[in-house]
Design a protein around this ligand. Structure first.
Ligand code: MGD
Ligand code: MGD
Ligand code: SF4
Ligand code: MO
Length: 598
C-alpha cells in the first residue's frame, strides 16, 4: 500500500502534514500528533482541490496539442540563444528546482533575490551570518510575543496555539485581528520599523537593561551600537513613527527582563530599506540577550535550505527576480508563478512578457501570465507527484508522497528529463535519487524528519555558519525615499520625494487566497475619514500606473494608509520596479497613491 501522507505545498509558514485515508481522496485530515498544527487544515487547501479549474491540455500558439508536441515546442524554444527560467513559489516542494539542471546545461539564466522575504533575510544575515529557524518549542516557552508586521491569524494560523497564555504585543499600522486581542498594540506609521527598533534599543541602554554579560561574549561591539542609536533625535522620530514616549514605555514593560520572542513578518520589509528593519530588530533583540537562550529569539521567514547540500545548486548567470526584463530573452519559462500579477509594476511586466518570442507558462491555472504565453504546459499538482517539503516557519521536513494518478500535466522532473533526452544531455539522476539526497541529510527525531540547519537554541554557541562569529550590530542607515533631515543629528539629508497628501499603499495577504491563486478581489480598504463611501468606485493612481477599485470601509487602518490585499486584481499596477538596497527584493510598499472618485 502506498503511503498516504503528504504535506501542503502552498507557500505558507505552516507546511502542514496531510493524512489521506485509503481511497478517500480528496477527503483528508491534518495530523493531530504532528508538532505543527492541531490536525486542522485550512480552507485554502480545499480551494486548491475543489474550486480552481485546472489547465488540462497543453497549448501552442493558442491551439491544443498533445503533450509530446508541446514538449517538442518547448525544446525547440530552448534552442534559441538566450533563455531564462523564472520560478515562482506556487509549489514549495524541493523538486521544483530540478529544472535548474537543464538551464545549466544550456547556459541559460536563473533569477536571484525574491518577491517575498529577501530584504529581511539580507538584514538578518548581516547581523547573524545565517538565518536559522527559531524552533517552535522556544516560542512555546516565551513570556512575551511581539507580533511585528505579521498577520499571524491569516498567514500563519497554526502559530496561534503557541501564543496562548502569553503577553502579546503587536506592532502594525493596521489593527489586525491579533492586534485586537493583544495586550498592547503599537499602531505605527508604515515603514518606520527601523526607527522603532532603534528607539527601543536606545531606551533599553538608557535604563541600563541591556544584557551585559551575554553581550561581552557574543556581541562585544554593543557600545558602538549605543552610540549609533544616539545619533537619532528622539522627539521628531517618535512623532514621525506615530508614537510617543508613553507608548514606548508600555512596550518596554513587556520586554524588560522577560523571555521574549519577536515574530517578524514580511510587512516590515517591503521597502528599499527592508534589510535595515530586520537588522535593527535583530540588534534590539541582541541587547536584550534574546539569542541562544530558551524561550527567546527572533522568528522570521527562515532559510529552509540552511545546512543542506542542494543537488540542484547550479552555476547559472542570474537576473534579479523582482525587476526581470523578460524582453531581454528569446525564451522565458515561467514555472510555478504568475509574474503578470504577482510582480510589481504590472504595466512594465506585462509589456515585457509580451515582447518575449517564446514565453512558456508551466503551471496549474489560467491567469494573466498564461494568457500571454505562446506555449502553455499544464503541471501536475502536489497530490500527483513525489516530493519533499521544507518550511521557512519551522524545522520539520515532510516527505510528500504521490496520492493520486492523473492524466493531466507533467511533473517538473519529467519535463526536465524529456528536455535532457531531446538535447542528448547526460547526468540527470532518477527522481528518487534527488528526493533521497535531501531526505538523507535530515535528522530523525521522535519519528519526524528535521532540517540539518536546526539547533534547539539557535546561536547558543555563536553566530555564522560555524557558530563561532560575533553578532554584528547595525551601524548605518541610508534612506533615499524619505527626508530624514530632522531625524539625525549628524547625517545629511536627501531630497524628500514623498508628498504627504498621498496615502501609503499596504498590500498584505488575505485568508481568501494564496498570493494570486484561488480568489481575486477588487477592494480597497480605507478609513471612513478619507471621505469615500462603502461600495463607491475609485481610481487609484501612483507614479507607476493606475487601476479602479471598490471601497470597503475599515476603521482599523490609519487615516494616511490604504490597504489592497496582494491577491487583488491590478494591485501591482501601482507598485514600483525597484530593488531593495540589500537582498534584491521587491519593494511593494515603497509607494504612495492618490485616490479619485469615479
Ligand atoms: N492565507 C494566506 N496565507 C499566506 C499567504 C497568502 O497569500 N494567504 N502568503 C504566504 C506568503 S507568500 C508569505 S510571504 C507570508 C507573509 O505573511 P506575513 O508575514 O503575515 O505578511 P503580510 O500579510 O504581507 O503582512 C503582514 C502584516 O504587516 C503589516 N504591515 C504592513 N506594512 C507594515 C510596516 O511598514 N510595518 C509593520 N510593522 N507592519 C506592516 C500588515 O498590516 C500586515 O498585518 O504569508 C504566507 N501565508
Ligand atoms: N502587491 C503585492 N504583491 C505581492 C506581494 C505583496 O505582498 N504585495 N507578495 C509577494 C510574495 S510574498 C510572493 S511569495 C509572490 C508570489 O508570487 P508567485 O510566485 O508568482 O505565486 P502565485 O501568484 O501564487 O502563482 C503561483 C502559480 O504557480 C502555479 N503552480 C502551483 N503549483 C504548481 C506546481 O506544482 N507546478 C507548477 N509548475 N506550477 C504550479 C499556479 O498555476 C499558480 O498560478 O507574490 C508577491 N506579490
Ligand atoms: S495553506 Fe498553510 S495553513 Fe493551509 S493547509 Fe497549507 S500549509 Fe496548512
Ligand atoms: Mo511570499
Amino acid at each position: 500500500m502506498a503511503e498516504r501522507t503528504t504535506a501542503c505545498a502552498l507557500d505558507c509558514y505552516d507546511a502542514c502534514k496531510i493524512i489521506i485515508e485509503e481511497d478517500t481522496f480528496p477527503k483528508m485530515t491534518g495530523d493531530a500528533l504532528h508538532p505543527v498544527g492541531n490536525g486542522a487544515l485550512c480552507a485554502l487547501l480545499n480551494k486548491s482541490i475543489h474550486e480552481e479549474s485546472r489547465i488540462e491540455k497543453p497549448r501552442v500558439d493558442g491551439v491544443e496539442v498533445s503533450m509530446d508536441e508541446a514538449i517538442a515546442a518547448v525544446a525547440e524554444a530552448f534552442k534559441k540563444e538566450k533563455s531564462l527560467l523564472w520560478r515562482g513559489s506556487g509549489n514549495m516542494g524541493v523538486m521544483q528546482e530540478v529544472s535548474n539542471l537543464f538551464m545549466e546545461k544550456i547556459g541559460g539564466y536563473l533569477t536571484k533575490g525574491s518577491l517575498c522575504d529577501a530584504a529581511g533575510d539580507a538584514g538578518i544575515e548581516i547581523g547573524r551570518g545565517v538565518n536559522r529557524v527559531l524552533p517552535l518549542e522556544q516560542i512555546k516557552e516565551a513570556e512575551t510575543v511581539v507580533v511585528w508586521g505579521r498577520n499571524v491569524t491569516v498567514t500563519n494560523a497554526h502559530m496561534m496555539p503557541f501564543l496562548e497564555g502569553k503577553k502579546i504585543v503587536v506592532i502594525d499600522p493596521v489593527k489586525t485581528a491579533i492586534a485586537k486581542k493583544a495586550d498592547y498594540h503599537l499602531q505605527i506609521q508604515p515603514r518606520t520599523d527601523f526607527y522603532i527598533a532603534i528607539m527601543l534599543a536606545r531606551f533599553v541602554f538608557m535604563e541600563d537593561s541591556q544584557k551585559d554579560e551575554w553581550l561581552e561574549e557574543f556581541a562585544p561591539e554593543f557600545e558602538d551600537f549605543y552610540d549609533f542609536t544616539r545619533e537619532f533625535r528622539i522627539k521628531p522620530i517618535l512623532d514621525y513613527c506615530g508614537t510617543d514616549l508613553g507608548q514606548m514605555g508600555h512596550v518596554l514593560e513587556y520586554l524588560r527582563d522577560k523571555k521574549v520572542v519577536f515574530l517578524v513578518g514580511a510587512g516590515v520589509q517591503k521597502y528599499t530599506t527592508g534589510h535595515a528593519a530586520l537588522h535593527a530588530i535583530d540588534s534590539l533583540a541582541a541587547i536584550l540577550g534574546m539569542f541562544g537562550g530558551e524561550g527567546t529569539g527572533v522568528h522570521y521567514l527562515s532559510d529552509s535550505k540552511l545546512g543542506f547540500e542542494n543537488p540542484f545548486a547550479v552555476n547559472c548567470k542570474k537576473v534579479p527576480k523582482a525587476t526581470t526584463e523578460f524582453a531581454d530573452f528569446d525564451t522565458v519559462l515561467i514555472q510555478g508563478g504568475n509574474p503578470a500579477e504577482s510582480m510589481p509594476d504590472s504595466n512594465r511586466v506585462r509589456a515585457s512578457l509580451e515582447r518575449v518570442e517564446n514565453l512558456i507558462y508551466f503551471g496549474l491555472y489560467e491567469n494573466e501570465t498564461s494568457k500571454r504565453a505562446r506555449i502553455v504546459m499544464p503541471a501536475k499538482n502536489f497530490f500527483e507527484k513525489e516530493d519533499l517539503r521544507l518550511s521557512y516557519g519551522h524545522q520539520y521536513v515532510e516527505k510528500m508522497h504521490k496520492i493520486i494518478d492523473s492524466d493531466i500535466g507533467i511533473t517538473e522532473y519529467d519535463l526536465s528529463k524529456k528536455l535532457f533526452d531531446v538535447f542528448g544531455f547526460e547526468g540527470l539522476e532518477s527522481e528518487t535519487f534527488y528526493i533521497d539526497a535531501w531526505l538523507e541529510q535530515c535528522r530523525m527525531e521522535d519519528g519526524h524528519y528535521i532540517s540539518p540547519g536546526y539547533e534547539v537554541t539557535p546561536y547558543e554557541a555563536g553566530f555564522g555558519e560555524e557558530c563561532d562569529d560575533e553578532f554584528e550590530f547595525i551601524e548605518e542607515y541610508d534612506d533615499d525615499f524619505i527626508n530624514t533631515k530632522s531625524f539625525t543629528k549628524v547625517r545629511t539629508s536627501k531630497k524628500n520625494r514623498v508628498d504627504d497628501e498621498k496615502f501609503w499603499l499596504l498590500t498584505p495577504k488575505t485568508n481568501k487566497a494564496l498570493n494570486t491563486q484561488f480568489a481575486n478581489s477588487n477592494s480597497i480598504e480605507m478609513h471612513s475619514e478619507l471621505g469615500f463611501a462603502e461600495g463607491q468606485r475609485v481610481k487609484v493612481c501612483s507614479p507607476h500606473g493606475e487601476a479602479d477599485f471598490t471601497v470597503k470601509i475599515n476603521e482599523d487602518i490609519r487615516t494616511n494608509c490604504v490597504c489592497i490585499s496582494s491577491n487583488t486584481k491590478d494591485v501591482n499596477m501601482l507598485t514600483p520596479t525597484l530593488l531593495s538596497d540589500e537582498g534584491d527584493n521587491a519593494c511593494y510598499q515603497e509607494v504612495k497613491v492618490e485616490i479619485q472618485a469615479l
